[in-house]
Design a protein around this ligand. Structure first.
Ligand SMILES: O=C(O)CCC(=O)C(=O)O
Ligand SMILES: [Fe+2]
Length: 375
């Protein structure tokens, strides 16, 4: 792929920036700047301590995870056997094949008849911050959210594994589920809940989604013109599901420091998935865990990412659990099913209402949305 987060990629990215100072000027003028952050600032959990049964380090891994999610809202997960680096590279290579399809074929697979979106086919990413525009292009896959028949999917065989679209993405989904289930169990344990609390709503027909994203570089005048009007790679938001696994090929992703006003760059780590909190865990925990605000800047370089939203089954009732409610901390969130939370949030986005209230730094409106009825 063009940019895999390698040192060569970084050299290329830096050279690009030097050559095209006007882009940097534009980014700076919008105050969407890269911050300086050292790797030491970024929490990390060795997932083998949770994936291997009865691992002696499990209690300390749970404590690290809890500290990371309650203070930073994210952590880097390493040693995930089911998602090794060579496998991640294959995913990027397949994503690159999909994104390189001729526009006509992408148009055939565009939403709502398919699962592709991008300005090249006239279907922009929904604006999380109302009124903003994003340069991202996406191939989405879900076992339950999009119908398998009557929907247009790309007929592209992975040049490395020989798998087609469904086979390839379902294999990825299955591997992510191994990590996802370990995390769901771990989240419950770190919060002193019965281990199955979240995992039992996750198994079966959950509403999870994989996104293979591409943020195009401004290599052609046409693309440069499009990007001139785009405000972001992706505008600030929280994810609507329980938690998200993220992997990026190149820099661009930022997290909002909890309680802070500053955005922090997420470093590129080739072998590690970033784990962030979504709306559902915020609502279940009555705000003990907070959905993690994040955004992607307009970068000068091409960028790919692999995103997996981990959701519950559609009928799951999401409401503050009794363990998180007390006289001094009454329930702050109204009950809602997973299905209704997704439908309402997406409908509001389609109507241009956004899911993020602009401000300094702004706030998620999807995490706190007040429902009149649960379903
Ligand atoms: O591309 C990324 O790193 C983030 C994408 C994202 O936040 C999303 O699809 O919700
Ligand atoms: Fe997101």
């Amino acid at each position: 792929m063009a940019c895999s987060g390698s040192s060569a990629c970084w050299v290329r990215a830096r050279t690009c920036l030097k050559q095209k100072g006007r882009w940097l000027g534009r980014l700076q003028s919008r105050a969407l700047q890269f911050s300086t952050s050292s790797d030491l600032e970024h929490p990390h959990v060795d997932m083998s301590h949770l994936l291997v049964k009865d691992h002696p380090q499990r209690p300390s891994a749970l404590a690290q995870m809890r500290a990371a999610l309650t203070t930073h809202g994210y952590f880097y997960s390493s040693n995930v056997d089911c998602l090794p680096q060579t496998y991640i590279e294959n995913v990027y290579s397949y994503a690159q094949q999909l994104h390189a399809l001729p526009t006509e074929q992408k148009r055939h697979c565009a939403r709502p008849k398919g699962t592709y979106s991008g300005s090249d086919v006239g279907v922009d990413e929904l604006a999380y911050e109302a009124g903003s525009t994003a340069s991202v292009r996406a191939w989405d896959y879900s076992r339950t959210r999009f119908p398998t028949s009557g929907h247009n999917y790309p007929d592209v065989t992975c040049s490395v594994t020989g798998q087609g679209f469904f086979e390839f993405l379902d294999d990825l989904y299955e591997r992510q589920d191994i990590l996802g289930k370990a995390l769901m169990t771990g989240f419950a344990e770190m919060l002193d809940l019965p281990p199955e609390t979240f995992a039992q709503c996750f198994e079966g027909h959950d509403m999870g989604t994989i996104r293979l994203l591409r943020y195009p570089p401004a290599e052609t005048p046409e693309e440069a013109a499009r990007r001139q009007v785009a405000s972001y790679g992706i505008s600030p938001h929280t994810d609507f599901e329980a938690f998200t696994l993220m992997h990026q090929s190149a820099a661009g992703l930022q997290f909002l420091k909890p309680g802070g006003r500053a955005w922090l760059d997420a470093p590129v780590k080739k072998e590690e998935f970033v784990v962030i909190v979504g709306d559902v865990l915020e609502r279940f925990t009555n705000g003990v865990l907070r959905a993690t605000p994040h955004r992607v800047l307009q970068t000068e370089w091409e960028r790919f990412s692999i995103i997996r939203f981990n959701a519950m089954r559609p009928e799951t009732l999401i409401q503050p659990l009794p363990e998180f409610i007390s006289k001094s901390r009454p329930a702050r969130y109204t009950p809602v099913t997973m299905q209704k939370h997704m439908d309402t949030t997406l409908t509001r986005l389609e109507r241009g209402l956004g899911a993020w209230e602009k401000g300094n730094p702004g706030r998620s409106t999807s995490a706190n949305y007040v429902y009149d009825k649960p379903s």
